[in-house]
Write a protein that binds this ligand. Sequence first.
Ligand code: SF4
Length: 94
Amino acid sequence: MMSEVMKSIKICAFCPNTCRSSFGASETLQIESQTPSALSLICLAVHQGNLEWDQETRNVLMRRDAVKSSVGKCTYGLNMTKILDDAVLSLSLR
Ligand code: SF4
């Protein structure tokens, strides 16, 4: 399961946030560090051993407002809420 999840995480991490139009320009959801792409990059960094899997990292990955907005608007048809949940679970079980 991990490899499938990480495949989707990689697609999202390197995507130029084409789902951004799903949240308004003035909304706080525009915060760069909370986009689906940013959260995916954080998961990837943990997976590759470049970021510690501590409470702070886990808390950051739970800020999902922008991610929820992207569901149904993803260019690749990814449900990033589900994929990030699966990634967090997999990273916790390592
Ligand atoms: S959710 Fe989809 S469109 Fe949005 S950044 Fe990730 S891969 Fe790109």
